[in-house]
Ligand binder design. Structure first.
Ligand code: NOJ
Length: 538
C-alpha cells in the first residue's frame, strides 16, 4: 500500500466558535485557536480540521457562505487566519479547511443576482423550477422555496437560507475551482468537503416513492465526473489531503470516491455510524467495520470517528458517561485509533466531554433541531415531548463550549457564551485533565504517540475474532512480523474472553491499557467494565 502523511496522521477538529474566545464577545475565534495551539500540539496530533470561518450570515454556523474569499467577522480577519496558518505550520502541524460547495448562503451575491430576475446571467447558477417535487430537505419539509419576485421555486438540500449551486453549469464549477486554488495557494494542506455527495441532482427531479427517505439527495449520476474534474483541475497540483462527507453510501459506492486509481478524493466519512446508528449496536458496528475494510483495504482510505460537531458526544452516545466515563472514553479512543483508517478527535473528546440536556428549546441554537421542533409542534404534538425526543441527538450536544477550567463559563469566555456551557465543567475540564496522570487526555496522548512509532496501527491488516460477541471486541492488526491484538470490553460489567487457539499460542506483551495491573498469562482474559487492552503478540 502507498504510504502517505495523511494515512499516518491523527486529525483534531476545531469547532472554533466553541473553542476559545479571545475577545470576550462570547464566541470563540481564530485568535482563540492561536492561543490554544500549544495545547493541541501537546496532544500530539498532526492535522487540524477547522470548521468553516468564511463570511456568512451564520444561519447554519458558517455552512452558509456569503463570501468565499473573506473571513467571518466573528471569527476574526484574514490576517488572523494567516497568522493561524503560520503558527500551525511552525508547530509542524497541518491545516485543512472545511469547505462548502454544494450550496451557498442566500445572501451570497451570486444568489442575490440569480433570484433578481429570470433572465439574469446567474439565474442558472442555482436550481429553479416552476413546480416543486415531493422531496424533503435535511432541515425542512420541502426542498423547494417559492420566490415571489420571479414566481419560481429554488432548490435547497438544507435550510431555506442555503440554496444549492447548480453544478451542471460549467461557469459555477470553474468559479469554485478558482476559489479552491485561492486557499490552496495560501498554503493550506487540504479540505474537508462538506456534503460533497450532494453535488449532482437527478435529471427532471422525479418524485420520490417515500419522501421521508432522503437518500435521493445523494450519490446521483454525474457526481463522480465532477469530482474527477475537481481533482484534475485543482487537487492534483498540490500535496494535500481531501476528505469528503459522504452520507448514505455502501462500501462499494464509497470506494468510488476514494479509490486511489480513480483520482477523486483521498478519504471519506461515511455515516453508517453516527447518522445511521443512533445507539451502540456492537454486532452491527463490527459488521460495518469488516465490510468497509474488505472493500477498501489496499484500494482507498477510510476515516474513524464517532462524533463531530453534528453528532452527540461519543462517550454519551456510545459509551457510559456516568459511572465509567473515564474508562469508556479511553475504550472508545483505543478503538478509533486501532481500527483501520485515519482517526479524528473532536475537540473536548480528549478530556471525555459529554452531551447535554438543556431545559428549554430556547437554550438550543441548532437550526436542524429548531426547525424539526417547529415542524412537530405544528402537527399538534406536545412541546415537552417533542423537546425530549430531540434532545438526545441534537447537534448542540457537541457544540457546547470547550471546558478549559472550573472558572465561570469553563474559562471559555469572559463574556456571555453564545451557547450555554455544560454544567459539568467543574469536574470535567482541561486543567483537571492536565493535572491527572490517569486522565483521558494523557491516554489519548499515548495513543497518538503509538501511531507515530508503530506503522502497524496504520498499515497493518485487520482481522475481527469476535463477529458474534455482544460485548467483547477483539481484533488484530498485522504488518510484516508485527502482530497486535486489541481487546475491548464494551460493557458495564466484567466479561471473560477466551482467546482462540491461534492467538493463545503467542506470548503477550501489554502495549497500553486503560486499567492498571494487567497481569494475565492464561488464555482467558478477565476483562473489567469498559476495559481496553492493546497487546503485542510475540
Ligand atoms: C454538514 C455539516 O457538517 C453540517 O454542520 C451542515 O449543517 C451541513 N453539512 C450543511 O452544510
Amino acid at each position: 500500500m502507498k504510504r502517505t502523511w495523511w494515512k499516518e496522521a491523527v486529525v483534531y477538529q476545531v469547532y472554533w466558535r466553541s473553542f476559545y474566545d479571545s475577545n470576550g464577545d462570547g464566541v470563540g475565534d481564530l485568535q482563540g485557536v492561536i492561543e490554544k495551539l500549544d495545547y493541541i500540539q501537546h496532544l500530539g496530533v498532526d492535522v487540524i480540521w477547522l470548521n468553516p470561518c468564511y463570511e456568512s450570515p451564520d444561519k447554519d454556523n458558517g455552512y452558509d457562505i456569503s463570501n468565499y474569499y473573506a473571513i467571518m467577522e466573528k471569527a476574526g480577519t484574514m490576517k488572523t487566519w494567516e497568522t493561524l496558518l503560520d503558527e500551525v505550520h511552525k508547530r509542524d502541524m497541518k491545516l485543512i479547511m472545511d469547505l462548502v460547495v454544494n450550496h451557498t448562503s442566500d445572501q451570497h451575491p451570486w444568489f442575490i443576482e440569480s433570484r433578481s430576475s429570470r433572465d439574469n446571467p446567474k439565474r442558472d447558477w442555482y436550481i429553479w423550477r416552476d413546480k416543486p417535487n415531493n422531496w424533503r430537505s435535511y432541515f425542512t419539509p420541502s426542498a423547494w422555496e417559492y420566490d415571489e419576485l420571479t414566481g419560481q421555486y429554488y432548490f435547497h438540500s438544507f435550510a431555506v437560507e442555503q440554496p444549492d449551486l447548480n453544478w451542471k453549469n460549467p461557469e459555477v464549477r470553474q468559479e469554485i475551482y478558482k476559489m479552491m486554488r485561492f486557499w490552496l495557494d495560501k498554503g493550506i494542506d487540504g479540505f474537508r468537503l462538506d456534503a460533497i455527495a450532494l453535488l449532482a441532482k437527478p435529471e427532471g427531479f422525479p418524485d420520490a416513492a417515500d419522501p421521508n427517505d432522503i437518500r435521493y439527495l445523494t450519490n446521483n449520476p454525474g457526481l463522480h465526473e465532477y469530482l474527477r474534474e475537481m481533482h484534475e483541475q485543482v487537487f492534483q497540483y498540490y500535496d494535500i489531503f481531501t476528505v469528503g462527507e459522504v452520507a448514505f453510501v455502501s462500501p462499494e459506492e464509497g470506494l468510488k470516491y476514494v479509490a486511489e486509481d480513480r483520482r477523486e478524493l483521498n478519504a471519506l466519512f461515511h455515516f453508517e455510524v453516527c447518522d445511521e446508528m443512533p445507539n451502540w449496536e456492537p454486532l452491527r458496528f463490527k459488521n460495518i467495520q469488516r465490510r468497509w475494510y474488505d472493500v477498501l483495504w489496499g484500494k482507498g482510505w477510510n476515516s474513524q470517528f464517532l462524533n463531530n460537531h453534528d453528532h452527540t458526544r461519543q462517550v454519551t452516545r456510545y459509551g457510559n458517561d456516568k459511572e465509567y466515563r473515564v474508562e469508556s472514553a479511553k475504550l472508545l479512543g483505543t478503538m478509533l485509533h486501532t481500527l483501520p483508517g485515519t482517526p479524528y478527535i473532536y475537540q473536548g473528546e480528549e478530556i471525555g466531554m459529554t452531551g447535554v440536556r438543556f431545559p428549554s428549546i430556547d437554550d438550543y441554537n441548532d437550526i436542524a433541531m429548531k426547525n424539526k421542533y417547529e415542524e412537530e409542534i405544528a402537527k399538534g404534538r406536545d412541546p415537552q415531548e417533542v423537546l425530549e425526543s430531540l434532545q438526545p441527538l441534537s447537534r448542540d450536544n457537541s457544540r457546547t463550549p470547550m471546558q478549559w477550567d472550573d472558572s465561570p463559563n469553563a474559562g471559555f469566555t469572559t463574556g456571555t457564551p453564545w451557547i450555554k456551557v455544560n454544567p459539568n465543567y467543574k469536574e470535567i475540564n482541561v486543567k483537571q485533565a492536565l493535572q491527572d496522570q490517569n486522565s483521558v487526555y494523557y491516554y489519548y496522548q499515548k495513543l497518538i504517540q503509538l501511531r507515530k512509532e508503530n506503522p502497524v496501527m496504520v498499515y497493518g491488516t485487520f482481522h475481527d475474532y469476535t463477529e458474534n460477541e455482544p460485548y467483547i471486541y477483539a481484533y488484530t492488526r498485522e504488518l510484516d512480523d508485527v502482530r497486535w491484538l486489541i481487546v475491548l470490553n464494551h460493557c458495564d460489567h466484567a466479561n471473560d474472553y477466551e482467546l482462540p487457539v491461534s492467538l493463545a499460542a503467542y506470548k503477550r506483551e501489554v502495549v497500553l491499557g486503560n486499567y492498571p495491573d494487567i497481569q494475565e498469562n492464561g488464555s482467558v482474559l478477565h476483562m473489567r467494565p469498559h476495559e481496553a487492552r492493546i497487546y503485542r503478540l510475540i
